[in-house]
Design a protein around this ligand. Structure first.
Ligand SMILES: *[C@@H]1O[C@H](CO)[C@@H](O)[C@H](O)[C@H]1NC(C)=O
Ligand SMILES: *[C@@H]1O[C@H](CO)[C@@H](O)[C@H](O)[C@H]1NC(C)=O
Length: 165
């Protein structure tokens, strides 16, 4: 095997092993909550709206960091829509993707490569076909270091919003 082939295959093996290990230890749960924007509120493009998210820290899970992915879809997504290996919706499913963030659960810990979520987001203008329609803000959350030891809890809360340009 040529070195270029070996180096192409190795990451795939590593990724599938990591996924297999995770899979045994995952639970799907609704531990996280989108506090703002509230479910059913209206959203105006170009106007910053408050984003406040409460992760599932405490209880069974005590990680220092909580990765989240935040975006807007035209449909109400469900668990099977998520790509299980990265725990995100496919990029093409998002009307707008706000990004990947990491919540710091302890004071004074070093920041990660992804920043903490900002306190506001701004949705750009969408296709006029969405005027007055419901769109869906979802947060895909991964909560590590849960009990029983080594469990990861996945959360996927969704708030519906009315798009009002
Ligand atoms: C949000 O409101 C919709 C109805 O507008 C409802 O179906 C849904 O369950 C609500 N979601 C939450 C998280 O309360
Ligand atoms: C899931 O994400 C991985 C990594 O980005 C990608 O290689 C894979 O094709 C995705 N799977 C599906 C079903 O989209």
């Amino acid at each position: 095997m040529r070195p270029s082939q070996a180096s192409a295959i190795l990451p795939i093996l590593l990724a599938s092993c990591a996924f297999a290990a995770l899979e045994k230890r995952q639970t799907n749960d609704a531990v996280g909550t989108i506090i703002s924007p509230a479910n059913g509120s209206s959203i105006t493009p170009g106007t910053p709206f408050s984003f406040q998210y409460s992760d599932g820290w405490g209880g069974a899970c005590h990680p220092a960091y909580t990765p989240i992915s935040v975006g807007i879809t035209a449909y109400r997504p469900t668990w099977p829509d998520l790509n299980g290996s990265i725990f995100k919706l496919p990029d093409s499913d998002y009307l707008y993707y706000f990004g990947d963030y990491v919540i710091l659960n302890d004071e004074g810990i070093p920041p990660m490569s992804n920043p903490p979520p900002p306190s506001t987001f701004t949705l750009p203008e969408l296709d006029p076909m969405y005027n007055g329609q419901e769109i869906y803000l979802s947060v895909a959350e991964q909560m590590f270091e849960c009990v029983p030891a080594g469990h990861t809890v996945y959360s996927f809360p969704i708030n519906s919003l009315q798009y009002n340009p």
